[in-house]
Unconditional design. Structure first.
Length: 566
């Protein structure tokens, strides 16, 4: 009897043990599944989601600064030693900055020196640091700094017409990013040969000028001259790609210094649909273009009066020092005569987006501010042709002209090879007299057809024809009229004798023919760069100023080179 009781109890205990084990395993599997789902959900959370769950004091540093780390410890120590840094740095800054200001001073200023310079009691704050993985030959750090200081800076200004002014620099506000490069890496302590530093990005630089015992605005031109001198000195002495090289281990570090690496050719073609800044009439637009905003490197176009769709067709050349980080900036202004010009809009092109040796045709949307692009207002567009030519580039073009003729980079890419010897001393060559190669030839234009033209009469049709104009010579032709068609076909060919193919422009305007007048439909404006480069093209070109429509064209270039002395 006891045997059977023991057997039953053993079986019951075993079944219970098995059931408990199965239940435990199922519970563990469910927990693992829920944990996996929770981990997956957390992985999809944004910083904003995390901020809803945790109070700020629980944020780990990587949540807020995923790439840029905080430097609270450095700021605490810098605050402690700032009185000593102020005393030591003030004299050093005075002796090193005075020659730079003297170098960049405006013509209206006879001399510019410091009579007093202290950095004040407020230490700069480093708001973040990050490392840049550029290559294995060195270490690159970027430090973000903010300084709203209370320095005591007084400049003794002597104007060219004999007036002496003590000018105080007040209310300095600065935010920027400094780049520090330790390169090259070596097997001697401290394991790098030199340190380079530069102001990589200048986000904000504000200051006010005040004449001690007077008002600086009472002397016209002085405030702008001083401010321009300070900004030019900062831009050309420390702002990237300029960098200061400090040798740590003796050696030749000339390869770390700033050097021109190429030339950017820019053709300012036109703008369209510009915002009107005038109450009476239309804006009088002009453009400023630069890679580095120095007064002697900023190019200004001519002013086109009373026109919101100006055509410039002007060519400029810029020296490039770092194609990977530099960019071309274009600003369009309304000329107000003796008053300060009013900004219509601006645009920017990164040089790293340009393929060396290839002409890039771009339309850029104009914005109010390049840094804070919150304004969605349509301010118009600007049309550019861009060509970046690195020094020493072998572009594959054969020179059909004499090998010793000096040419611009645009002419070289169209007709020759750019080599290091030709690109040698940029400043010296800019001062030399040279012979310009003029691309003379015949441009054959076949107006094939148009598509999807807008209706111009009550019957939903149009009677279109095309007027062709070569801008410089003002040679004009026009096609026949095609009645009652929004998709006309002409297949008419016109030949233009072009005296300067690199700097001329073809304008095609489409009109609707009426008995006593003609109604404008739209236009195509094109430089000859592409057809000169390729020899022959067939393409469709959208109509500017029209709701719809495009022209189908065939263009052929037949060169006849000539030379002229300049």
């Amino acid at each position: 009897m006891s045997f059977f009781v023991g057997l039953v109890m053993g079986i019951a205990f075993g079944i219970g043990l098995v059931m408990a084990f199965v239940r435990f395993e199922n519970s563990r599997a469910k927990q693992r599944s829920e944990l996996a789902a929770a981990v997956a959900a957390f992985s999809k959370m944004t910083i904003q989601d995390i901020r809803k769950l945790l109070p700020p004091e629980f944020y780990p540093s990587w949540v807020v600064f995923s790439q840029r780390q905080k430097l609270t410890w450095l700021n605490l120590e810098l605050t402690k030693i700032w009185p000593y840094v102020n005393e030591a740095a003030s004299e050093l800054i005075k002796t090193s900055v005075e020659p730079i200001l003297e170098q960049y001073r405006s013509a209206i200023l006879g001399s510019l020196k410091f009579s007093k310079l202290t950095l004040g009691t407020v230490a700069p704050q480093f708001t973040g640091v990050s490392t840049i993985d550029d290559d294995s030959s060195g270490i690159t750090l970027e430090l973000e700094m903010q300084w709203d200081g209370n320095p005591n800076i007084v400049l003794d200004i002597q104007t060219t017409f004999g007036m002496a002014l003590p000018v105080q620099v007040k209310n300095i506000g600065f935010t920027g990013v400094f780049r520090i490069i330790c390169r090259p890496l070596v097997d001697q302590f401290p394991c790098f040969g030199a340190v380079s530093y530069s102001l990589r990005e200048k986000k904000k630089l504000d200051f006010t000028l005040k004449v001690i015992g007077g008002e600086i605005s009472a002397i016209p031109g002085i405030s702008d001259a001083i401010e321009g001198t300070i900004r030019d000195a900062i831009e050309d002495s420390i702002t990237w790609p300029v960098r200061k090289v400090i040798p740590i281990i003796p050696g030749d570090y000339s390869d770390l210094e700033l050097k021109p690496v190429g030339v950017l050719e820019v053709k300012l073609v036109q703008a369209r649909d510009l915002t009107n800044k005038d109450i009476v009439g239309k804006s009088d637009p002009f453009a400023e273009l630069y890679i580095r905003p120095l007064r002697d490197r900023i190019k200004r176009s001519k002013t086109i009066n009373n026109d919101l769709n100006p055509i410039w067709n002007e060519h400029y050349e810029f020296i490039v020092e770092d194609s990977s980080t530099q960019h071309l900036t274009v600003k369009i202004y309304d000329d107000e005569g003796i008053q300060k010009a009013e900004l219509i809009g601006c645009a920017r092109v990164s040089l790293r987006d340009l393929e060396p040796g290839k002409v890039k045709d771009v339309w850029l949307n104009l914005v109010k501010d390049l840094e804070v692009q919150r304004d969605r207002k349509n301010r118009g567009q600007v049309h550019l042709e861009l060509l970046y030519c690195p020094f020493g580039m072998q572009n594959g073009f054969v020179n059909p002209f004499a090998s010793k003729v000096s040419m611009t980079s645009l002419e070289k890419v169209l007709k020759s090879e750019v080599n290091g010897s030709e690109a040698g001393d940029i400043e010296g060559k800019a001062k030399q007299r040279k012979r310009d190669v003029i691309l003379r030839g015949v441009l054959s234009v076949t107006v094939i057809s148009a598509e999807d033209l807008p209706a111009m009469d009550l019957m939903g049709k149009a009677d279109p024809f095309v007027a062709l104009t070569m801008k410089k010579t003002e040679t004009k032709y026009k096609t026949r009229v095609v009645n009652d068609s929004l998709n006309p076909t002409w297949n008419q060919t016109f030949d233009f004798v072009v005296e300067d193919g690199l700097h001329d422009m073809l304008i095609l305007e489409v009109y609707d023919h009426d008995t006593f007048r003609k109604d404008y439909i739209g236009r195509c404006i094109m430089t000859l760069t592409r057809v000169v480069l390729e020899g022959e093209i067939t393409d469709s070109f959208p109509l500017e100023g029209a709701k719809s429509g495009k022209l189908n064209l065939h263009l052929k270039w037949m060169p006849q080179p000539i030379y002229r002395d300049s």
